[in-house]
Design a protein around this ligand. Structure first.
Ligand code: CMC
Length: 383
């Protein structure tokens, strides 16, 4: 029997799908050539410098417009009202092994939220919007609750009078954050909210394209975000920083890493050919927080790594690099850094999942087969 290989051989394999255009979106645009990022047409620098909180960005991503004062306060109330999580999910997090990674527990907990969501099996736009808002509201609560469970503390209910950023810090540490701390958390959340067709967003869209439900798509995204080449990089950045005790050690440490073919976490990017525009905001915040906390050395080590990696490899830090020191200064332990990333990126995921449902076609690429054909089949008794 002859096998027609025409289809399998026609397509050129694009490793890592680099440069492949797989969706149309007006949610965000990563301009890799100029080192710019846009959310719904707004430059990220304008957003970082001028928005009053991350909630404004969530409104922009889901409703395509920046909110008026009234819309913002209504929208904030809508989100804060949904921040509570079912006690069954809290109990479930309590029985997870203490050694389990917070991203793994978060992934399982988000999957479990589907059992308690009144709209799980309703795939209408309205139901998906409601589920999206609930997930944007609930993920920060899950993350902070897990932190308190891990530390043997009782979990705290969200405070309806403060915004998401302040609530995360309040529910972590049990006291109201300062203005600067709230601003720093807001900055982290709004800078991580969306980023084109990054790996976890693409994964979420693939799941949504099968008409699976919102919780399934977000669970997929969480599994993808965890990897160290994506959202898991921030945790590795802090592990590296902890191994370097002085600026004088930086050159040798980094040179050794690179000579062993290792990657410096928090550096490099698939799309940006210039500096990631989010880095400047986090670098500045990191410097301010480190100096206020008397930990200037950590900032100096980070800055020296940045200079050395650029000198040797010509690559720039990405969003994960200074997000690590900012989170450290906010008292977040490193194993929770990626969960904070998730607590922000959920807004982008929801916007993309809604978009995918509205303009859906099953995402189903093809592969180039490199195996054999028509091998002689031996019955098990003859092998
Ligand atoms: N350290 C050392 N070398 C690097 C790094 C790095 N962090 N990033 C890229 N390179 C080198 C790589 O070795 C390769 O060199 P050569 O051509 O000599 O072999 C070249 O740059 C191109 O690398 P690539 O792997 O083909 O690039 P990519 O587009 O597939 O990878 C990346 C992008 C982000 C996975 C990669 O830069 C990386 O591994 N960075 C470290 C992990 C990290 O910080 N991830 C966060 C990404 S941004 C935020 C997010 O999405 O979470």
């Amino acid at each position: 029997m002859t096998v027609d290989l025409t289809n399998d051989h026609e397509g050129k394999v694009v490793r890592g799908l680099e440069g492949v255009v797989a969706a149309e979106t007006d949610i965000s645009y990563v301009d890799g050539v100029n080192g710019d990022l846009y959310y719904k047409g707004y430059n990220i620098h304008d957003i970082a410098d001028n928005t009053t909180s991350y909630i404004e960005v969530v409104h922009l991503l889901l409703h395509s417009e920046l909110p008026t004062k009234k819309q913002l306060s209504d929208f904030r109330r809508e989100i804060v009202t949904d921040m509570r999580i079912p006690t069954q999910v809290v109990d479930m997090m309590k029985i997870m092994p203490p050694s389990s990674h917070p991203m793994d527990v978060l992934r399982t907990a988000v999957s479990a939220l589907a059992y308690f969501d009144p709209d799980t099996s309703d795939n209408s736009y309205e139901a998906n919007y409601r589920k999206g808002i609930r997930l944007i509201a609930q993920i920060p609560t899950l993350v902070a609750s897990l932190y308190r469970i891990r530390n043997g503390n009782s979990i705290l209910s969200p405070d309806p009078n403060i915004n998401t950023a302040a609530n995360i810090l309040y529910m972590f540490h049990g006291k109201l954050p300062t203005k600067l701390q709230t601003r720093a958390m807001d900055l982290i959340l709004l800078l991580h909210a969306d980023h084109g067709l990054n790996a976890s967003t693409f994964a979420a869209r693939v799941t949504a394209s099968t008409h699976a439900d919102m919780h399934a798509a977000v669970t997929t995204a969480l599994g993808t975000l965890k990897g160290p080449l994506h959202g898991g990089a921030n945790e590795r950045v802090m592990k590296m920083l902890k191994e370097i005790t002085d600026v004088a050690e930086v050159d040798e440490y980094i040179s050794t890493m690179l000579s062993q073919g290792q990657r410096v976490m928090g550096f490099g990017h698939r799309v940006y050919k210039k500096e990631d525009p989010r880095t400047a905001h986090l670098r500045e915040m990191s410097e301010e927080l480190c100096s206020k906390r008397g930990n200037q050395k950590l900032y100096e080590i980070s800055h020296s790594i940045e200079e050395h990696v650029f000198k040797v490899k010509g690559i720039y830090p990405n969003v994960d690099f200074y997000s690590a020191t900012v989170q450290h200064a906010l008292g977040i332990p490193e194993e929770f850094y990626t969960t904070i990333f998730a607590a922000s990126r959920i807004s982008g995921w929801v916007a993309h999942i809604l978009d995918q449902y509205e303009n859906n076609r099953l995402i189903r690429p093809t592969s180039k087969y490199t195996g054999k054909f028509n091998r002689e089949f031996l019955p098990i008794s003859e092998r």
